[in-house]
Design a protein around this ligand. Structure first.
Ligand code: PLP
Length: 400
């Protein structure tokens, strides 16, 4: 056929996933190391994995389960939400990861043609979830250039426009910004949404990834939905488990959410849900122990970014990211990313994928310290050359 005419406009007009492009880049660049993907280097708790091994032959593992999740996992999550997140009026649906949770929420709360709000730099998958569900009126607000916090004054004005945006989405702590939205600001954003009659969706995927004494907090209300993930905290990326905490008191929410769930995964993988439950039983200390060690990686990467100059590097307050501004003449960040991959053997994410050209997102969670050091050396050498001589093309450097 050779024509796009028969493919859905919704899909055609959705951005190409940056991670797919980056994986191609990693494959194409010889011996490249990745500081690109938002992953952690650890595996799930050993005790949880051992218990799951014993479960494999249990017949319930191979059957469908309840759409909203295993009752024992949901009970444990409600308890966790009470104790750790101070969420007392939330019901839980278990999903195949936080990305699926986000799609569920968009399909449950938004109609094609609604307008929604995000803040740049934004999480690329959330942007794509809006696009591919027909929610193409995406109002992208600014973050403070100093703190990278969402601009609440801009939000206040934007929520006064008609039609009122249906939903506001933030990630806390942020991907890709690596910054934390302080409690007072989050509360203000929540109050603005409530007054305007807009939903607020907070993605708390990195709730445990807080540094330098900062504490994560959530907001609750009958206009607030909180999303969570097991992927990074428990090293469970491939097991695909996340969950939605939605307001119990909103009539019809659970019913509409179930329709979406039943038509996408039916239920999250049963064995994965058991692993999530056992992992949860090891306690949050298991996670925070590991997160504590990431500070060393963060400092190694921060040092590698120093050729970009003072004030160019932000983030690192939370999540697993640093966010760096490239020299002004390098607005085409994808070009820089390709060049770094092919000439210096290190891969990062271009800021353009998050709505902010001329920037890079660097992940410090995916490599053990020694590998992180080796990747950082490449990054530092690349950035020194970029700043001094530009994107030199003569030959591929021999690395390490
Ligand atoms: C902010 C944010 N939300 C959601 C996800 C996806 O998480 P999951 O693996 O639970 O789908 C990621 C993964 O990078 C993320 O950074």
């Amino acid at each position: 056929m050779g024509s796009y005419a028969k493919l859905a406009k919704r899909a055609l007009e959705t951005e190409m996933p940056i991670m797919v492009q980056i994986q191609e880049l990693v494959r194409g660049a010889k011996n490249a190391v990745s500081l690109a993907q938002g992953v952690v280097y650890w595996q799930p708790p050993k005790m949880a994995m051992e218990k799951v091994k014993e479960l494999v032959w249990d017949p319930s593992i191979s059957k469908y389960g309840a759409d909203e999740g295993l009752p024992e996992l949901r009970d444990a999550l409600v308890k966790k939400l009470n104790q750790e997140n101070k969420l007392y009026k939330s019901s839980v649906m278990v999903t195949a990861g936080a990305n699926q949770a986000f799609v569920n929420i968009v399909l449950t709360l938004c109609d094609a043609g609604d307008s929604v709000v995000m803040f740049a730099p934004y999480y690329f998958n959330s942007y794509m979830s809006f696009q591919m569900t027909g929610v193409t009126h995406i109002l992208v607000g600014p973050c403070s250039s100093k703190t990278l916090h969402p601009d609440a004054d801009w939000l206040e004005k934007t929520l006064e426009t008609k039609p009122t945006p249906k939903l506001v989405s933030v990630v806390n702590p942020g991907n890709p910004s690596g910054t934390y939205i302080p409690e007072r600001l989050l509360k203000r954003i929540s109050d603005l949404c409530k007054a305007a009659g807009s939903w607020l969706v907070v993605d708390n995927t990195y709730e445990y990834f807080m540094y330098d004494g900062r504490k994560h907090c959530c907001v609750e209300g009958d206009h607030v939905v909180n999303l969570f993930s097991f992927s990074k905290a428990y090293g469970m990326m491939g097991w695909r488990v996340g969950y939605i905490a939605y307001p119990s008191e909103v009539e019809g929410f659970a019913t509409q959410l179930l329709k979406v769930q039943d038509n996408i995964p039916i239920c999250a993988s049963i064995i994965s849900q058991h692993l999530a439950l056992y992992s949860l039983q090891t306690g949050p200390e298991w996670v925070t122990e590991r997160v504590k060690d990431l500070v060393r990686n963060r400092e190694i990467i921060r040092e590698a970014l120093s050729p970009l100059g003072e004030g160019a590097v932000k983030g690192g307050e939370g999540a697993i990211y640093l966010w760096a501004r490239l020299p002004e003449k390098h607005l085409d960040d994808f070009e820089v990313v390709r060049w770094l991959a092919h000439r210096h053997g290190v891969v990062v994410i271009p800021g353009g994928a998050c709505g902010c050209r001329g920037h890079l997102r660097i992940s410090f969670g995916g490599l053990v310290e020694d590998d992180c050091k080796a990747a950082a050396d490449r990054l530092r050498r690349g950035l020194e050359e970029l700043v001094k001589d530009g994107m030199v093309q003569e030959h591929v450097l021999l690395i390490d």
